[in-house]
Design a binder for this molecule. Structure first.
Ligand code: ZN
Length: 235
């Protein structure tokens, strides 16, 4: 499968330059050069938050499939950022996700999870390696991400019969307008699949991100704090 960077390089002239820019920033990062960015610690937030209860998704339903790209090298940074291929969400979001997964069965599909809870330090790393022109696709660490609260999930569909990932109008983490859930290009079938995913997730209380068809926020995300713990520290 092509990485987003490969897409940027091979498919669009305008994006070619951006792809090269992203590639060189990643290369710089790979050499362990420190790149300065605003926040160096998670933001301090006022107010009362619910107690975090991160649940491993496959413990609620082992038929949910994982392809956690940040635990592998086929992500936009080009190297693994997680030590373990695991995915967690806060309990209400995790339970809603399982409902969407089970509802999709009637159409012959299941949920394929790319990412759930993400430690704040990884959000900061994404910000640091992404060029300014593409920063709208990554969360500002000064505010934190809804992934840091365990209330956002990146996902797609897989075919229950073949086990294969379903083709969508763009690749996961592709930083182009093909990623928009309102994008009118691609094939009819790709858009139909993207819209089915959105329909089933929104039925369960998730909202799709306006520029990424794969990213969904659970409606109570404001109630949870920004976290920066490792998967291995989750009880
Ligand atoms: Zn996301």
């Amino acid at each position: 499968m092509k990485s987003p960077i490969e897409y940027l390089r091979f498919h669009r002239l305008a994006s070619f330059v951006i792809g090269i820019a992203l590639g060189s920033v990643v290369a710089v990062f790979a050499q362990d050069t420190t790149i300065s960015a605003g926040a160096s610690n998670p933001p301090k937030e006022e107010g009362k938050f619910r107690k975090s209860e991160l649940i491993e998704l496959i413990k609620l339903d082992p038929t949910i499939r994982l392809d956690v790209r940040y635990a592998k090298s086929n992500n936009f940074v080009g190297r693994p950022l997680y030590k373990e291929e695991r995915a967690f969400l806060q309990r209400p979001a995790a339970e809603a996700l399982v409902k969407a997964h089970r509802s999709l069965k009637q159409y012959g599909y299941g949920l394929l999870i790319f990412d759930g809870y993400r430690p704040w330090r990884v959000t900061k790393l994404f910000w640091d390696v992404t060029p300014a022109a593409l920063k709208k696709f990554v969360a500002n660490p000064a505010n934190g991400s809804r992934h840091n609260r365990g209330c956002a999930v990146d996902l797609s569909l897989f075919d229950l019969k073949t086990g294969k990932e379903i083709s969508m109008p763009s690749e996961y983490d592709e930083m182009t307008d093909r990623a928009y859930p309102t994008y009118t290009g691609g094939t009819d079938e790709q858009r139909r699949m993207r819209d089915l995913l959105k329909q089933e997730m929104e039925k369960q209380g998730f909202t799709v991100f306006s520029i990424e068809w794969w990213h969904f926020d659970y409606n109570n995300w404001r109630e949870y704090p920004i976290l920066d713990i490792d998967f291995s520290e989750i009880k």
